[in-house]
Design a protein around this ligand. Structure first.
Ligand code: CDP
Length: 231
């Protein structure tokens, strides 16, 4: 009998390795991986390009009407990449200019409503792994498996610095640290669906786990969930 497809929600602070785990899980389980942060980053990129003022509700509403987000599979790497109005912006959304503004944009109610509605639609087919900040609390409160990821802040800064340095050798570790701290602060303290651990989420601290170890741990949880209940 085919195993029942579930929804896996992964939330947590910036640069905890959520996407890395989500991607690996989706590959192993043959599920769809959806990076909800990429959606907020793509909306931010659009606002920056169009010079949308974040205090202007009407301009924000109009801009959101013009944003169409979709995902496509990169044939070479197998990665799911985001398209903004048909343009692949997977690389552009990782720019520091986007990272500096994204948490402000993601705190706007209209932005969240638009993104969450699309995320919930994508969840209808089940068999998905979605990572973000409010997936287990707001987007899929009924997800079968909820994980709240944490990692030592110094490790997160180091990991993100190494990633970003490859794209931009002018970046400094201080800039990365300040950006992660600012985003975590805004994400945790905003009024609209702040970053919180869902009551029924399992905490996964990956500070001293390798990628393979964390994947094995979570796969064991999935297996347990899919085990038929014994009387
Ligand atoms: O990869 P990283 O952890 O740096 O962040 P991300 O997942 O790309 O998310 C970028 C930003 O989008 C976060 O700092 C949040 O402000 C926002 N976000 C959110 O508000 N809700 C989500 N479900 C996902 C991301």
């Amino acid at each position: 009998m085919a195993k029942q497809k579930i929804i896996i929600a992964i939330d947590g602070y910036s640069a905890c390795g959520k996407s890395t785990l989500a991607k690996a899980l989706a590959k192993k389980l043959n599920y769809h991986f959806i990076d909800s942060g990429a959606m907020y980053r793509a909306i931010t990129l659009y606002f920056l390009r169009e010079g949308v003022s974040l205090g202007d509700e009407q301009a924000i509403g109009q801009a959101l009407d013009h944003v169409k987000l979709s995902f496509e599979n990169n044939q070479r790497t197998g990665d799911s990449e985001i398209l903004l109005n048909g343009e692949n912006v997977a690389r552009a959304i990782r720019d520091m200019l986007v990272a500096e503004k994204v948490s402000e944009v993601a705190a706007i109610k209209a932005v969240r409503q638009a993104a969450v509605a699309q995320q919930q639609l994508m969840g209808k087919r089940r068999g998905i792994v979605m990572d973000g900040r409010d997936i287990g609390t707001v987007v899929f409160p009924d997800a079968e498996l909820k994980i709240f990821m944490t990692a030592d802040p110094a490790i997160r800064v180091k990991r993100r610095f190494e990633e970003q340095y490859e794209k931009d050798p002018a970046i400094t570790i201080e800039e990365i640290k300040a950006n992660l701290e600012l985003r975590d602060y805004i994400d945790s303290n905003r009024e609209e669906s702040p970053l919180r651990k869902a009551k029924d989420a399992i905490v996964l601290d990956n500070s001293s786990l390798t990628r393979a170890e964390q994947l094995d741990k979570v796969l064991a949880w999935v297996k347990e969930l899919q085990q038929p209940a014994t009387a």
